[in-house]
Design a protein. Structure first.
Length: 557
């Protein structure tokens, strides 16, 4: 283990954190000093590391430690000492096993739990600076991550409590295992109950409020682990990832899924689809989505990453924004990690952070000022000082913390070959700003939205929101084509009718019963082909319930 700095000359893409200091003035020889990127190296591991850094208090000393987990089942616990100095508090070096799925953290018992190719393990502190790993159950073919159930829940009619949920596939069947408390005297953990499904489990588990959701190749199951009721909720083909979140503000979590074919489904709690779904992404999604209210309209949105795009989708099926922005030369164009969602710069808006190819970390800022045509201009821009470049490749989801307690946000990354990188920003750190801060949403890996619910904006009493109902391009000229697009923001769900009149008051075109959703910009609801209209000024009347909005449209042929 070592902690040192060195020039990252092999990181010539984008910004590399090399600062030049104390430059001398001389005609012949110039002297200066450099400060380089901070990094740690763990052991002699060689290969990729997809696991995010875990920053939690594992030894119960009242301070959080940085835990780096490697795929070869080696664990490193690192503590902050002073300034930029960190030290290895302890480690556990395993052998003849490997970890495939992201580990979870049990904050009640101060234990990291997960599955390796040898079974269900627990990594814990035996003292302040000594750590051990024990296997709680031995099995083959783990199917997904371990979910930590906090607080503990009980099975009705018994004294059994559930602490952990995991799954594995055997003989083309999926099996859900419910584990009880860990006996710390002998480090055993018994299976309290199990459920056998007819097909293999194909994606992550999702859990909230005693309800567990799991998916096979063609079915999503809902299991009440208190009552042991198992229901086939709905049919779906080849699900790849799912998260639980109330995206339509009906006070019930929806099951938000993406398939291998990049179809996005949003199911209600009863298994029925939300209106306008499924929709299809135009490229393969990386994995499970993140969740956050990106446009501050009081509704949670889904954030997907694909090979080279970021998609933001709301509950109406609107693509709020699509990043088609490849990072500047030479050729960074691939996104490797699942997205995180947080208010990084404390401006009241959420940003999206991803790890990209060529060792880059990107923080996307999103401008939802709708006074520009969509989708012809992206709402995405890259925040300064991003993109950040690092000497080694990063595919793990970033972790945000203030481990040195200086009040500023730090970003930690597990990188290839056992390296850990750290970036210290100038932005104050507030834990409440971490909305979807890690893979599967939280360190318990429940794949459920557990941050505070967003509040709806107060647009006033009118149905149409001032300044947010417009059409574009306006004026319409030959270069911009023959189609006008509408942005319609309403405060209540409403059917909107549109009428176009000429300057003499003659009705030229009419469209009725356009379903518009409250607090959503409804940009894909109405696009009108008006190639038959001649040059001139027209009046466009929008009506919702008893309210009328009139806009002017100029056409130049």
């Amino acid at each position: 283990f070592n902690s040192e700095s060195r020039p990252n000359s092999d990181s010539y893409y984008g910004k590399s954190n090399i600062d030049i200091h104390n430059i001398s003035i001389s005609d012949s020889v110039m002297y200066f000093s450099l400060s380089y990127i901070w990094y740690l190296q763990n052991g002699i591991y060689s290969g990729k590391n997809p696991f995010p850094i875990i920053i939690e208090d594992i030894n119960d000393d009242g301070k959080k430690e940085m835990i780096s987990v490697l795929p070869d089942a080696c664990f490193y616990v690192i503590q902050h000492v002073i300034d930029d100095t960190f030290e290895l508090l302890g480690s556990y070096l395993s052998s003849n096993t490997n970890i495939k799925y992201v580990p979870s953290f049990d904050s009640v018992n101060k234990i990291i739990v997960g599955v390796s190719n040898s079974g269900f393990y627990a990594f814990y502190a035996t003292s302040y600076d000594n750590f051990s790993l024990k296997y709680l159950d031995i099995f083959d073919n783990p199917a997904s991550q371990v979910i930590v159930v906090n607080p503990q829940i009980c099975i009705e009619g018994t004294n059994d409590t559930i602490n952990y949920i995991t799954s594995r596939n055997s003989d083309n069947s999926g099996i859900i295992y419910l584990y009880g408390k860990i006996d710390k005297n002998n480090w055993q953990c018994s299976v309290v109950d199990s459920f056998v499904l007819s097909d293999s489990i194909t994606c992550n588990l999702a859990y909230k409020d005693s309800l567990l959701y799991c998916a096979t190749e063609d079915t999503i199951y809902k299991i009440n682990i208190c009552t042991k009721d198992v229901n086939e909720l709905t049919q779906i083909e080849n699900p790849k990832g799912m998260v639980l979140a109330d995206v339509n503000n009906d006070n019930q979590d929806e099951i938000n899924c993406v398939t291998i074919n990049s179809d996005v489904y949003i199911f209600k709690n009863d298994g029925s689809l939300l209106e306008n779904f499924p929709i299809c992404l135009d490229t393969v999604a990386v994995s499970t989505p993140a969740v956050g209210d990106l446009d501050n309209n009081g509704f949670l949105d889904l954030i997907f990453t694909s090979a080279n795009n970021v998609y933001v989708i709301d509950y109406t099926g609107e693509f709020l924004s699509i990043s088609q922005q490849e990072i500047s030369n030479p050729d960074t164009s691939q996104i490797f990690s699942e997205p995180t969602c947080l208010d990084f710069d404390n401006d009241g808006k959420l940003e999206i952070c991803v790890a990209m190819s060529h060792s880059r970390i990107v923080m996307y800022d999103i401008d939802f000022n709708r006074n520009k045509p969509f989708p012809y201009e992206s709402d995405f821009s890259i925040m300064e000082p991003f993109p950040l470049s690092f000497p080694r490749n990063i595919i793990a989801t970033p972790t945000f913390a203030d481990l040195d307690h200086n009040g500023y946000t730090e970003i930690y990354f597990n990188a290839d070959d056992g390296y850990v990188y750290r970036y210290v920003s100038d932005n104050p750190f507030y834990e409440d700003n971490l909305i979807w801060p890690t893979q599967y949403g939280n360190v318990e890996r429940t794949a459920a939205y557990t941050s505070p619910e967003p509040s709806e904006p107060n647009w006033g009493e009118n149905i149409f929101v001032d300044g947010q109902v417009y059409l574009y391009p306006n004026p319409l000229c030959q270069l911009s084509g023959y189609e006008i697009h509408f942005n319609i923001l309403v405060t209540k769900d409403a059917n909107v009718s549109v009428k176009i009149f000429d300057i003499a008051g003659n009705l030229i075109k009419k469209v009725e019963n356009i379903k518009c959703y409250k607090n959503v910009n409804n940009r894909t609801r109405l696009n009108l082909d008006i190639k038959d209209l001649t040059s001139g000024v027209y009046f466009v009347q929008l009506k919702a319930r008893d309210e009328i909005k009139v806009l002017k449209l100029a056409i130049e042929r």
